[in-house]
Design a protein around this ligand. Structure first.
Ligand code: ZN
Ligand code: ZN
Length: 567
């Protein structure tokens, strides 16, 4: 492609205004905890860009989290000299907070931002070039804003920059001119995606849409829908949000901003009378929406569905075209207990009693303690002796927490030859045995399937943990033959887990769908390693919902008697 062709492709898209976000110093003086936390997060982000000590950046992020969750107004704690009573706020961070509260800015943050151009870095990452290369480009070309970078690109000046060959130039030009829907280059895990898009939606009084609303396990398409007769104010506020470092596309009722990581977030500002229609469209999936089109204009989604004569569909099911009455999907409120969590006996952060109490506070009836066994390797695992000693602690917790029940369980490693990592007599004493493959996920299919089959035939095993062993974005699924495992699960009564850790979500929605079709019971579990980790139940349940699971398909919607007797 000739550079002149590229330029021609660039010119018609004049509606794409690269608007550098206004610097923090001109925005409002922070008053509430969320605003103070956002500034600290911004500071952490520029420290990372500046290749500062990574420990420092992490300390600022942790402090931001603490401040976000602090019950008292942090500005007042700073003024009264008490802010260091908060966890993770040391003398250094206190100084920054004092400066921020007294002057409305952190001078070093403003200076680093001037130097590092986070808007260029965010844009560069969105276009597929590294932070360092973006900064090099900015320095070599003397550009200060994304707009100027674009002009320089159109004028063919990119190739003058050391390290930018024709290939990278072409890549940047193509990305700049791309007509495709804005998508994150690497999917975001759900907690981060909700944090980002939920924060933008809350700030603009809008609703979360896109992949996040459908609870996809890796979110690429991030969107927020708001409504306003006059969209100008919302679009301007969007551009000023601390999460958004540059606006890369802008129409009257639509804008795309990028974060400093280069993740694009789309804002749609609907006419108030068409909010429901805009929300449905922006939620997707594209295939699902296309099959419903043409959509009538309506103020809310229910109204759109009513006008179409189609039953309302939960966002989790909107992957494929679908027009009939959806099944009554399982809900978090149906869950009566959690069957997979860890304690300080292995790699958890809370004691047996603390975990039990927290589960009881969630309204559960039971909780299975499933600490690791020695073969797991990387962390402490419990031997047969340890498991028996832990029984005493569990009995003591049960006395305190009754009628709530803490179950004796294990997350027992499946060794490469299919044997389990605890003796049979110990396994037989337990209330609940999870069997897990940790090491050796890359075995060929026959070996892996035989290994797991062998383990599931042990009469004490009740559930197979994270069956496909994937780590979202990092490790592909293992080769386990699920069809064979479904047959065996039906034969033995073993259940399959839907692990709620955000980077696992395993079984995935698709595999849950297949398991249920085969008649296999699933278990929604958190694999919590802390009290807060019990909150992963939401992610497990939405993943089961994406697989069309009803309460009847999920074993731990049942009372304890049914579970203990179910195999
Ligand atoms: Zn595990
Ligand atoms: Zn676990």
């Amino acid at each position: 492609m000739k550079p002149s062709d590229d330029m021609n492709r660039l010119i018609p898209r004049t509606q794409r205004l690269f608007t550098p976000r206004a610097p923090f110093i001109t925005t409002l003086r922070p008053v509430d905890n969320a605003q103070i936390a956002d500034r600290l997060d911004s500071f952490a982000a520029v420290l990372e860009l500046a290749d500062a000590n990574p420990y420092t950046a992490r300390a600022y992020r942790r402090a931001a989290d603490t401040i976000r969750g602090a019950p008292a107004p942090v500005a007042e704690l700073v003024r009264s000299g008490r802010v260091r009573e908060l966890r993770g706020i040391g003398r250094g961070i206190e100084g920054r907070l004092r400066e921020l509260v007294e002057t409305g800015q952190i001078a070093e943050l403003a200076e680093l931002e001037r130097e590092l151009a986070p808007d260029l870095v965010g844009l560069g990452r969105y276009l597929g070039i590294s932070a360092k290369r973006s900064i090099d480009l900015a320095r070599a070309l003397g550009v200060r804003t994304a707009d100027e970078l674009r002009e320089a690109a159109a004028a063919g000046r990119l190739r003058d920059v050391p390290g930018i060959g024709p290939k990278i130039e072409a890549q940047i030009l193509e990305a700049l001119a791309s007509e495709a829907e804005p998508r994150a280059r690497r999917g975001l895990l759900l907690p981060r995606a909700w944090d980002l898009v939920g924060g933008v939606a809350a700030a603009l009084g809008g609703e979360v849409a896109g992949d996040v609303r459908r609870w996809r396990d890796s979110c690429e398409q991030l969107a927020v829908v708001s409504a306003a007769a006059d969209p100008g104010l919302l679009v301007a506020r969007f551009a000023e949000l601390p999460q958004i470092v540059a606006v890369v596309e802008q129409d009257e009722r639509r804008a795309v901003g990028v974060t400093v990581e280069g993740v694009p977030v789309e804002l749609v500002v609907a006419e108030p009378g068409g909010f429901g229609t805009a929300l449905l469209r922006a939620t997707g999936s594209p295939a699902y929406v296309a099959a419903l089109e043409p959509l009538p204009d309506a103020v809310d989604e229910e109204e759109v569905y009513r006008a179409l004569g189609v039953p309302w569909c939960p966002p989790e099911l909107r992957e494929q075209p679908f027009r009939v009455e959806p099944p009554a999907l399982v809900e978090v409120d149906h869950i009566r207990g959690d069957l997979h969590c860890h304690t300080t006996w292995s790699d958890g952060r809370a004691s047996v009693e603390e975990m039990g109490r927290a589960a009881r506070e969630r309204g559960y009836e039971y909780l299975a303690i499933c600490d690791h066994t020695p073969a797991v390797g990387a962390v402490t695992g419990l031997t047969a002796d340890d498991v028996r000693r832990q029984a005493e602690e569990i009995a003591a917790a049960n006395e305190v927490l009754a009628p709530f029940r803490v179950l004796r369980g294990t997350e027992c490693d499946i060794l490469p030859d299919g044997r389990l990592d605890l003796p049979d007599d110990v396994l037989a004493e337990l209330d609940w045995v999870q069997a897990s493959v940790h090491g050796g996920q890359r075995m060929p299919q026959r070996e892996m399937t035989k290994r797991v089959e062998e383990a599931l035939r042990n009469p004490s095993v009740r559930c197979l943990s994270h069956p496909k062993g994937r780590m979202i974005g990092r490790r592909a699924e293992n080769a386990l033959d699920l069809e064979r495992i479904f047959e065996l699960a039906l034969e033995t009564g073993v259940a399959l887990e839907v692990n709620g850790l955000a980077n696992r979500l395993d079984l995935s929605g698709e595999h849950v769908h297949e398991a249920i079709a085969a008649g296999v019971r699933i278990v929604c579990s958190t694999d919590a390693h802390s009290v807060q980790g019990l909150g992963n139940m939401t992610l497990s349940v939405v993943t089961a919902r994406r697989g069309w699971a009803t309460a009847a398909d999920v074993l731990n919607t049942q009372p304890l008697e049914r579970i203990v007797l179910s195999r």
